[in-house]
Design a binder for this molecule. Structure first.
Ligand SMILES: Nc1ncnc2c1ncn2[C@@H]1O[C@H](COP(=O)(O)OP(=O)(O)OP(=O)(O)O)[C@@H](O)[C@H]1O
Ligand SMILES: [Mg+2]
Length: 501
């Protein structure tokens, strides 16, 4: 059995292990070097984040500090000088949807150059598999680190939607977020995770063969002591809880007025509020760094579009550029897009919804056309279809003009070559254009092809009766050969011009 399995695995072959192996090694080295050279200050990191993330000043500062601290510790550990008692600064990121939580962490991971894994906490609670799946996150980090366990141990795990793990979300349901929370507890602090999951058959086989091939026994576990966990969620009802607590403590004194919840009050949230929200005290206690992201206003969304280095406008511009079209936006248009995006109530995500709506008709019609530039102004934002209609009409007129020019050019060249003038009846011009469209060639090429025999034929007629000008109608064009023959025949009969104006 074992022999057969071995043959089976061998049969996959290994065509060019060198290439991929080198690439992997490179990536590993890059990760490692970046961490070893880690010498950012919190200000450096914030400056990097500023290039991409608009607003969220406080969040950027707190994250920069936490991350700098963490990776300074990691660096010490990599150089073998790690502290014996390191308390990790796992982060809890709170804020509404689409304001840049995930984006902040992505940019952070890029800046520091460590592998990062992102997942939704709901994935764990909904499937009901609680234990193994949470550990899968850690294993995924190893994949991100190209199989390097050491590097994976210094990665970032970003877990979204942790607010959905609160008990308040599971009333009357048999699956409990509490189970996920307690599984996370171990990971958040320090635990050894087996690098091959019990349910991972391929992985198990792989290690069996690695072992049999005589490669040194691989490490079996990965430690989570230096993995930075960043958990995030919207915690929608949290502001109300905070406000209630503050009111209670002020014994009826209402610092923020009688109605409504001020949007920034969520930043006052304390451990007790999260516990009341439904998170386990041990869980929230392991997330000492709390970061609050603010909702984005109209002006912020405008800056997200115009100033963020990761702006979606860049994406759209490059997708138009691929067809040789330069896409531009006026400032007014950007303000208007931001204004419309606010109504979507999905934070910066609304920008994409609006841009998509505005650009969709152009993205289909303009590639392959003669349009080289598209400027989106506020008029276009308000009624993209109308603007497209106008552009298409212009393209059509342009084409017609070009075709007329081509026909004139043909006639002129014919005259220069033969000293004989051909004239087309307006009907004939339309017929020629029509035929060119059907054949998918330019009208000048069509004319050159169709009137190949005409120079000789017309010269002969001119010799016979001195005719210099020839008018062709739509019917003549349809039967060019016959027309020419008829004219030639007549020219032998009459000495005087039979054709002409
Ligand atoms: N503050 C911001 N500055 C620049 N771009 C932003 C900002 N917020 C959001 N974006 C843009 O919007 C996209 C979506 O944001 P992101 O994924 O970070 O939302 P989120 O806060 O994680 O929301 P959710 O809670 O729904 O996951 C980002 O990829 C980014 O392009
Ligand atoms: Mg997110």
């Amino acid at each position: 059995m074992q022999k057969r399995l071995q043959d089976f695995v061998k049969s996959f072959g290994n065509p060019s292990p060198q290439v991929s192996e080198t690439a992997k090694e490179d990536q590993k080295e890059r990760f490692k070097e970046k961490i070893l050279q880690f010498q950012f200050t919190p200000k450096d990191i914030k400056a990097y984040l500023d290039r991409f993330v608009i607003k969220q000043e406080e969040a950027k500062k707190v994250l920069s500090v936490a991350v700098c601290d963490h990776y300074n510790q990691v660096k010490e550990a990599l150089m073998g000088r790690g502290p014996t008692h390191y308390v990790k600064q796992n982060v809890l990121l709170v804020g509404p949807s689409g304001v840049g939580k995930t984006y902040l962490i992505r940019c952070l991971a890029d800046c520091i150059g460590v592998p990062m894994v992102k997942a939704d906490a709901t994935k764990f609670s909904e499937t009901g598999y609680v234990g193994a799946d949470v550990e899968d996150l850690v294993r995924e980090l190893i994949q991100q680190a190209e199989g390097d366990i050491e590097i994976a141990q210094y990665g970032i795990i970003y877990l979204d939607e942790v607010d959905k793990l609160a008990s308040s979300h599971f009333m009357g349901r048999d699956v409990s977020g509490r189970g996920v929370q307690s599984n996370l507890l171990k990971l958040l602090e320090e635990t050894d995770v087996p690098i091959k999951a019990a349910h991972d058959v391929l992985g198990q086989m792989q290690s069996l063969f690695d072992f049999q091939r005589g490669s040194k026994a691989p490490r079996k576990t990965i430690n989570t002591r230096y993995i930075l966990f960043i958990l995030s969620g919207a915690f929608e009802k949290l502001s109300e809880i905070v406000q209630r607590r503050i009111r209670r403590s002020h014994l009826g004194f209402q610092p923020h007025g009688p109605e409504g919840v001020p949007s920034d009050i969520i930043a006052e949230a304390q451990t007790v509020d999260f516990v009341e929200y439904g998170l386990e005290p041990e869980f929230i206690g392991r997330l000492p760094v709390r970061v609050f992201c603010q909702p984005l206003g109209k002006e912020d969304l405008f800056h997200v579009l115009r100033d963020s280095e990761g702006s979606i406008l860049k994406q759209y511009k490059s997708s138009f550029a691929a067809y040789g079209i330069e896409l531009k936006f006026t400032e007014e248009a950007l303000h208007l897009i931001a204004e419309k995006a606010i109504e979507e109530k999905t934070g910066a995500r609304g920008l994409m919804t609006i841009c998509e709506k505005v650009l969709r008709p152009f993205r289909f019609e303009l590639p392959g056309s003669c349009v080289r530039e598209l400027e989106i102004d506020s008029f276009t934002v308000l009624d993209p279809e109308k603007r497209l209609g106008e552009i298409l009409q212009k393209i059509e007129e342009n084409k017609k003009n070009k075709e007329n020019e081509q026909i004139e050019q043909f006639l002129l060249e014919f005259y220069k070559a033969n000293e004989i003038r051909i004239h087309f009846h307006p009907d004939a011009i339309e017929a020629l254009k029509q035929e060119a469209h059907e054949k998918g060639i330019s009208v000048i090429d069509l004319c050159k092809e169709k009137f190949k025999n005409y120079s000789l034929g017309l010269k002969l007629i001119k010799k016979n009766n001195g005719t210099n000008d020839f008018i062709l109608t739509k019917e003549d064009i349809q039967y060019l050969e016959e027309t020419l023959n008829r004219w030639i025949a007549t020219s032998y009969k009459s000495e005087s011009p039979s054709q002409g104006q």
